[in-house]
Design a protein around this ligand. Structure first.
Ligand code: ACO
Length: 312
């Protein structure tokens, strides 16, 4: 069995906050934010919950796959901003979209969450334990920010993206491989909700260092393991944290500007939602076609990192 990527969707809350808007809340400016991060604006929730964002992205992915909701038998949500301690936000989404079959659960690997969730769904589909999966990344990062801390609050945004995966015998397409890593010795460089740091704390320089080296290394590893070369990658979609990180990795790997996808300018860092949001944007713009080779990679708090390699 192979997990074919057959649908996609995304949802951004309508409220847009520009760098200039932020400069009215904290001592910052577009002149500081844009050159260091590539971010111009972010979408932020007003009353929307994580389940609301995930619901909209999931429904669009189901429609794009040409499925009916009752065909979905697995829902995996990657999020660090669940709506409740329990039940899982995936079950809230299951209820909102009206799905009644199969099972739903959350995965928590922060900005690597979507990579982890896609890898998990792939294993269920390959094993014949599910047939049609919706994998969602949905985040309300704004809830985890200290809006008086200019070193972090300018970096993040809210949103959701989703992909529809279908198990098929056809081996000409599908998720080729996934590689996941974590190293808990670095759990203190990026965290939220600890006794010391109720809201997001980040050692930006350390995160930058790990992000550029580990995302590049795991991208090389997954291609080498599968006897593929960077020249064969159609779209390289790294976690959308920061334009400088994205450009650094693209340069290190010898990728062209056309291969490297960047949407961070308009979305900021939406954590687990960033990769499916970026994919949905290029897919809706008609830039993907059957046979394309996609390489996703992310690094997040934990630290966690990994890659997925997909043939469309
Ligand atoms: N506006 C204005 N000034 C600011 C701001 C701001 N928003 N934030 C920090 N500054 C000031 C600092 O106070 C400091 O001032 P000082 O020299 O008077 O003390 C100065 O700017 C430089 O601060 P640094 O933190 O040293 O800035 P740096 O050049 O390292 O850039 C940044 C910070 C952009 C966060 C960088 O470290 C980075 O890109 N890190 C990667 C982190 C990231 O992308 N994280 C996302 C989450 S993790 C992930 O998804 C992988």
């Amino acid at each position: 069995m192979h997990s074919h990527l057959v649908g996609h969707g995304s949802f951004l809350p309508p409220k847009i906050v520009t760098n200039d808007d932020l400069s009215k809340i904290v001592e910052t400016s577009d002149d500081w934010i844009f050159p260091r991060t590539g971010i111009k604006q972010r979408h932020l929730v007003e009353n929307e919950t994580t389940a609301d964002l995930g619901e909209q992205a999931a429904l669009k992915a189901i429609e794009s796959a040409g499925w009916t909701v009752d065909q979905v038998d697995l829902i995996i949500l990657a999020t660090s901003t669940p709506d409740m301690d329990f039940p899982s936000t995936a079950t809230l989404i299951q209820n909102k979209i009206g799905a009644t079959k199969g099972f739903a659960f959350d995965v928590q690997a922060v900005c690597s969450g979507f990579i982890y969730a896609l890898s998990t769904a792939d294993l269920y589909l390959r094993a014949g334990k599910a047939k049609r999966a919706i994998v969602i990344g949905a985040e309300r990062m704004s809830a985890l920010l200290d809006w008086t801390d200019r070193t972090t609050c300018v970096l993040f945004g809210d949103g959701a993206g989703a992909m529809a995966l279908e198990a098929k015998e056809d081996d000409s397409a599908g998720i080729i491989d996934s590689i996941l890593y974590s190293d808990g010795t670095f759990s203190d460089i990026l965290c939220a909700g600890s006794p010391e740091h109720a809201k997001t704390y980040m050692n930006g320089r350390e995160v930058f260092r790990h992000a550029v080296s580990k995302m590049a290394d795991v991208s090389k590893e997954i291609l080498e393991k599968n006897n593929l070369h960077f020249s064969e990658v159609t779209h390289f979609i790294p976690h959308q944290a920061n334009e400088r990180i994205i450009q650094h990795i693209g340069h290190d790997l010898g990728l062209s500007t056309e291969q490297v996808i960047s949407t961070v300018k308009n979305h900021a860092n939406t954590s687990a939602a960033s990769i499916p949001l970026a994919f949905d944007e290029i897919a809706c713009a008609g830039k993907v076609k059957k046979g394309d080779l996609l390489l996703f990679t992310a690094l997040g708090a934990g630290i966690t990192w990994g890659s997925n390699l997909i043939r469309l």
